[in-house]
Design a protein around this ligand. Structure first.
Ligand code: BMA
Length: 307
C-alpha cells in the first residue's frame, strides 16, 4: 500500500502493526504521516492479507494531545499483541512530544474504540511490544531506551500493566563495524515457539550516507526471556528493492507486525519500506529457527557488546 491507496490526503504510510481477526481477516494498523508531518494510525483490512485492502475512511486512532500531551507530535509504529487472558488486543505505540518518543499502551477489542493507558515508558524509549501472556505471573514488555546515542533492547515486568519495573537488558547492540552496531530495536512482537521466543530485531548502521535499517534474529528463553539463547551474526533481510532503497527515508525496512498462517509456520511479515509504503515478506518460523542454530558461533557471548 502507498499514499495513493488512501481514501484521504496523506504523505506516506508505513510501519504497520498486524494481527489476524477471529474471522481470519488480516488487520494492519498503519502509521500514516499526514501533510503536516505528524503521524496517526489507520486500520486496513484484507481477506487474504495480500490485496483487496479496505482502508478506514478516516483516521482510526488520532493523537489526543488534550488528554495525552505525550501525543502532541503524533502516534507512531504500533505493535499489536492479542492477549487471550484479557480477550483484547494490546497496542503498544510510540507517543511523540517535547521529551522525545516514549512508549504508550492502549487496549482495543475491535480496532474502532481504544482505551488508553498513557505513557508506560518515558522518553527516550520506543520499539516496544507486550508479550501475549504472563511470564511467571507477570506481564512482560520489550522496549528500547536510548542513552548516550546507544540503543539496547530491555525487558521490564509488571503485575498490573501500569507500573513497570525489574528492568533488565535483553539484547545489546554490537560495536564497531557490525550491521547491528550501536542501535538495535524490536521489530514485531516476540513469536512463541517450543524452542523459545523468536525475535526479529532491526540494526541501524550509520555510514557516510545516513543509516541502513536491516533485520536480524535472536531467540530467548521461554520462562526467562531476558536470557538470550541464540543470536544470528548476519542480517537476514535488508533493503534491496527500489521501494526499500528510495523514499522519504532511504534504505529502511521496518516491520512492526506479522500474521501466522493456520499451518503454524508461515509468517506474513508486514513492514514499512523507506518510510513511504507498506510491503509484505513471507518467511517460515522453522527455517528461521534452523538458520539460527546453524549460524551461531560457539562460545559467543550473546548479550553484551564485548565483541
Ligand atoms: C526509526 C523510527 C521508525 C522509522 C525509522 C527510519 O527511528 O522512527 O519509525 O521508520 O526510524 O526513519
Amino acid at each position: 500500500m502507498t499514499a495513493s491507496d488512501w481514501p484521504y490526503r496523506i504523505n506516506s504510510v508505513f510501519n504497520p502493526g498486524a494481527t489476524t481477526l477471529p474471522d481470519g481477516t488480516t488487520l494492519l494498523l498503519c502509521r500514516v504521516e499526514d501533510r503536516r508531518g505528524l503521524s496517526h494510525l489507520c486500520a486496513a483490512r484484507s481477506k487474504n492479507g495480500i490485496d483487496g485492502w479496505k482502508i478506514d475512511a478516516q483516521p482510526t486512532m488520532m493523537p489526543d494531545p488534550d488528554h495525552h500531551p505525550e501525543e502532541l507530535w503524533g502516534v507512531e509504529d504500533p505493535r499489536i499483541t492479542f492477549v487471550p487472558e484479557l480477550d483484547q488486543y494490546a497496542v503498544v505505540y510510540t507517543a511523540f512530544s517535547f521529551g522525545g518518543p516514549g512508549v504508550a499502551l492502549a487496549f482495543t477489542k475491535d480496532f474502532y474504540q481504544f482505551e488508553r493507558y498513557g505513557l508506560i515508558m518515558q522518553p527516550e524509549d520506543k520499539d516496544a511490544a507486550l508479550f501475549p501472556r504472563r511470564i511467571n505471573g507477570r506481564w512482560a514488555l520489550i522496549h528500547r531506551p536510548v542513552n548516550d546515542g546507544k540503543g539496547n533492547m530491555w525487558i521490564s515486568y509488571s503485575s498490573d500493566l501500569q507500573q513497570w519495573g525489574n528492568h533488565k537488558p535483553m539484547l545489546e547492540a554490537r560495536l564497531g563495524g557490525w550491521w547491528d552496531a550501536n542501535k538495535i530495536g524490536l521489530c514485531a512482537p516476540p513469536i512463541e515457539t517450543p524452542q523459545g521466543w523468536l525475535v526479529i530485531y532491526h540494526g541501524v548502521r550509520q555510514n557516510a550516507a545516513g543509516a541502513i535499517y536491516r533485520l536480524g534474529l535472536a531467540l530467548f528463553d521461554l520462562e526467562e526471556p531476558e536470557h538470550c539463547l541464540k543470536r544470528g551474526d548476519e542480517w537476514v533481510f535488508a533493503p534491496q528493492e527500489p521501494y526499500e532503497l528510495r523514499g522519504d527515508v532511504d534504505n529502511v525496512v521496518f516491520p512492526c507486525g506479522f500474521t501466522l498462517a493456520p499451518d503454524g509456520d508461515t509468517l506474513n511479515i508486514y513492514y514499512g519500506a523507506a518510510d513511504t509504503s507498506i510491503a509484505v515478506a513471507q518467511a517460515s518460523v522453522d527455517d528461521m529457527l534452523k538458520w539460527l542454530s546453524e549460524t551461531e558461533r560457539p562460545g559467543f557471548r550473546r548479550r553484551f557488546s564485548d565483541h
